[in-house]
Design a protein around this ligand. Structure first.
Ligand code: ADP
Length: 397
């Protein structure tokens, strides 16, 4: 048997003050190294680099993204793995907002950069930071192709009736207001894993990506037909700090009655709401601790969270005309057995039967947590956006 030479993709997720990276073998799925540059532009920054079980931590000022990435490349040379020996075939950049321009990964050239820039008004919190990552990446790693992988791409083929808001058509079209969705790379990866695990391509699925940001998607035979995030990642489920669904008239009310500015309302809805706003904590582990201590506010927050999820699962089941598989992923979805149990109790009318022992078991891989007799297969599937980005990137080579 001839052994295929190893090839790797450096996956970069550039945020406004951070760069997350992972060196991934797209063929085996193995992560060879990973790390995080934090607090870029602040007085003291920090870099964490992990390789073969060893963690290197550096605390130093990181003035800008260029300095951050340069330091990361030095760490690869000093601590391994050597990038020259790792056979990097591409750099994959995560980009949140691809608007209507991108329905798949794109080889980055100056035109693609210009399009990502054009989409800044639709992704003001993310696209400017991605552009910085792309710029420094292309200048420091100029001899390999760079690929942009968009969070919105999986939702580009949403049916028009799901993507279009009932807003004046001309205004909506002039200002590009429609449902773009987000977390698409995760929803596509996880729903694909479910199909592979269950050996069926024709499934009606709901994926619940429950992390600090949270979103639901409905997927029929591999195609997304609905998703809960909208024009921006603010719409939909209750999140760590975001409201999710709220009557847009709350904006008018706060502006007129409370005298708040648009920026203040933006901050309130995107950062000061959700579990944080309801309970004071955005981390589910803390909220559960307070539920255990008998705090009514924490219990109420959980009930708002669970109620919203129940509504979405019901609505998406109706949209698809049925449900074969319900999958939990991301930080909360993968780890919070109690939340999964309480949601499945609320969904018992769908014929869902949770296997309590399987639900409680702490395991790393994809697994079924419903009983063999359950009318809907319930699963936990760890998301792996880095691997998904790496795999998408090599499809363009
Ligand atoms: P993001 O990528 O959106 O920042 P993650 O998918 O990493 O978020 O999820 C982070 C969240 O996962 C935390 O805020 C916390 O609420 C939740 N979380 C992590 N571990 C657990 C756990 N064991 N039990 C409950 N929630 C958890």
């Amino acid at each position: 048997m001839t052994q295929q030479a190893q090839r790797t993709v450096l996956v970069i997720n550039s945020g406004s003050s951070s760069i997350k990276y992972q060196l991934v073998d797209p063929d085996s799925g193995r992560a060879l190294a990973s790390g995080l540059v934090e607090r870029i532009g602040e007085e003291t920054g920090a870099i964490t680099h992990k390789h073969e079980g060893r963690t290197t931590e550096i605390t130093q000022a990181v003035p800008d993204h260029g300095a951050g990435l340069a330091q990361v490349l030095r760490l690869f040379e000093e601590k391994g793995p050597s990038l020259a020996e790792a056979h990097i075939v591409a750099v994959g950049h995560r980009v949140v907002q691809g608007g209507r321009h991108f329905s798949g990964p794109a080889l980055i050239d100056d035109d693609v950069v210009a399009l990502i820039e054009e989409l800044v008004p639709l992704g003001p919190l993310h696209n400017p930071a991605h552009l910085k990552g792309i710029e420094v990446g292309r200048s420091l790693l100029s001899d390999v192709p760079h690929v942009a992988v968009f969070d919105t791409a999986f939702f580009q083929d949403l049916p028009e009736e799901a993507a279009r808001y009932a807003l004046d058509r001309e205004v909506a079209d002039r200002y590009s207001i429609r449902r773009y969705g987000a977390h698409g790379t995760s929803h596509q990866f996880v729903s694909g894993e479910v199909s592979a695990l269950l050996g069926r391509a024709d499934l009606k699925q709901i994926v619940l990506h429950l992390g600090n940001g949270a979103s639901a998607s409905a997927v029929v035979a591999g195609h997304a037909v609905e998703t809960s995030m909208g024009l921006t990642p603010l719409e939909g489920l209750v999140m760590g700090g975001r409201t999710g669904d709220i009557d847009p008239a709350a904006v008018f009310h706060l502006a007129r009655v409370a005298g708040m500015s648009i920026d203040e309302i933006d901050h309130l809805f995107n950062r000061g709401s959700g579990m944080k706003g309801l309970s004071g904590d955005n981390d589910m582990r803390e909220v559960w601790k307070r539920v255990a201590a008998g705090e009514q506010e924490a219990r109420d927050a959980m009930d708002v969270y669970l109620h919203r999820l129940t509504k979405y699962v019901g609505a998406y089941t109706a949209v698809m005309g049925g449900l074969d598989a319900l999958t939990f992923t991301a930080g909360i979805g993968e780890n919070d057995a109690r939340l999964r149990r309480e949601l499945c109790q609320r969904l018992a009318f769908l014929g869902i039967e949770l296997d309590e022992a399987a639900n409680e078991e702490r395991a790393d891989g994809a697994r079924v947590i419903s009983t063999p007799g359950s009318a809907v297969t319930v699963l936990v599937v760890p998301t792996n956006e880095e691997l998904a980005i790496a795999r998408q990137a090599v499809t363009l080579l």
